[in-house]
Design a protein around this ligand. Structure first.
Ligand SMILES: [Zn+2]
Length: 337
């Protein structure tokens, strides 16, 4: 973690001071999943803890603090993330970038935040900064968020907060207003494709499109064979002239609800784009089928169905009856007129 190798993050880091000592005490890293926010938070955490005098934000990688960080055992770091049994310092890649949906149902409890109260009041073990990293911050239970707010309101001078958020609008405005915002936006396709190529990804364009144009999500997608086969099974049914909602539901039932919602909303988006003279953005490999569909589906029916897909997306992680939900959703798919 001593170095960040994602080329699109250079521009993000340029928004920060060039030394760890000058970094804001509370940073909010925002943007969609798959852009490297967590990796950046870890990089900055190590930078804040590094004990070597140096220029720039890059940690030295060899001081006592950097070594403790690398083995995931730095006493002045608290890493809180969803799905974690205890808040031990963690180094290395986090899985949140790749699978945000899995985490959406989990919360960071107030008990975990309360344990931070001791951490912020005691003196730093190594005499430097103390760092608290929360991933993602919107996973905090409301009471946990209030407890964090209390700490942020009277920040101990040596404590730094690194809050990662995929959906900052879900955070308390009072938390947002106390943080310096570091926004991650989608990189241009060119550099993202070059990077994916460097990672050995063959069909970079399709992977990027299916990763919502976020490179790390694309990398994750590219290697997920189950995703591609499940996607093919579902999209093939949508592409058929004689669409069969029950058969589509058979395939959709096998797929994670959030993924179904994403695939279907992307399908509707692509059809709508083609109908309005635009181009396919997500399902590049189905361009031909999408054009045929776009030529026959009325736009108002398509938009109604799109609304239903978005509605479904909001409860996709825990529908009361998945089979029924899929049948209902796919029965509303406009048939060709
Ligand atoms: Zn160091």
């Amino acid at each position: 973690m001593a170095d960040l190798t994602y080329p699109w993050i250079v521009a993000v880091l340029d928004k920060l001071p060039r030394s760890a000592a000058a970094l804001p005490r509370a940073l909010l890293l925002t943007g969609r999943p798959g852009l490297g926010k967590s990796a950046t938070a870890l990089f900055l955490a190590q930078s804040l803890l590094c004990e070597t005098q140096r220029e720039g934000l890059k940690p030295c990688g060899s001081c006592a603090s950097c070594l403790l960080f690398k083995v995931g055992n730095h006493p002045d770091l608290r890493m809180l993330k969803v799905g974690q049994e205890e808040e031990s310092p963690v180094s290395g890649a986090l899985d949140e970038e790749a699978s945000p949906a899995k985490k959406a149902s989990r919360q960071i409890s107030v008990e975990k935040i309360r344990m931070l109260t001791d951490f912020v009041t005691i003196t730093s073990h190594r005499g430097g900064a103390k760092v608290i990293c929360i991933v993602p911050a919107e996973a905090m239970h409301p009471s946990a968020a209030n407890a964090v707010l209390k700490i942020l309101e009277e920040p101990p001078g040596d404590t730094c907060f690194l809050l990662v958020s995929h959906q900052p609008e879900r955070l308390l405005p009072t938390i947002r207003s106390r943080c310096f915002h570091l926004a991650f936006s989608l990189p241009d396709a060119g550099p993202a494709l070059d990077w994916l190529k460097g990672q050995g990804i063959g069909q970079g364009e399709l992977a990027l499109a299916q990763g919502g144009y976020a490179p790390l999500a694309a990398l994750d997608r590219a290697g997920d064979e189950t995703f591609w086969s499940q996607r093919k099974a579902l999209l093939d049914t949508l592409a058929e002239p004689g669409f069969d909602p029950l058969r589509a539901a058979d395939h959709a039932e096998d797929i994670d609800g959030a993924v179904v919602s994403t695939l279907l909303s992307q399908w509707a988006y692509d059809v709508a784009a083609l109908k309005s003279g635009g181009a396919v953005r997500y399902h590049l490999d189905y361009a031909k089928s999408l054009k045929m569909v776009a030529g026959t589906i009325p736009i108002d029916e398509l938009m109604n169905w799109y609304d239903a897909v978005i509605q479904f997306g909001r409860v996709a992680q825990h529908p009361l009856n998945k089979r029924l939900a899929m049948e209902s959703l796919l029965s509303g798919y406009p048939t060709r007129g």
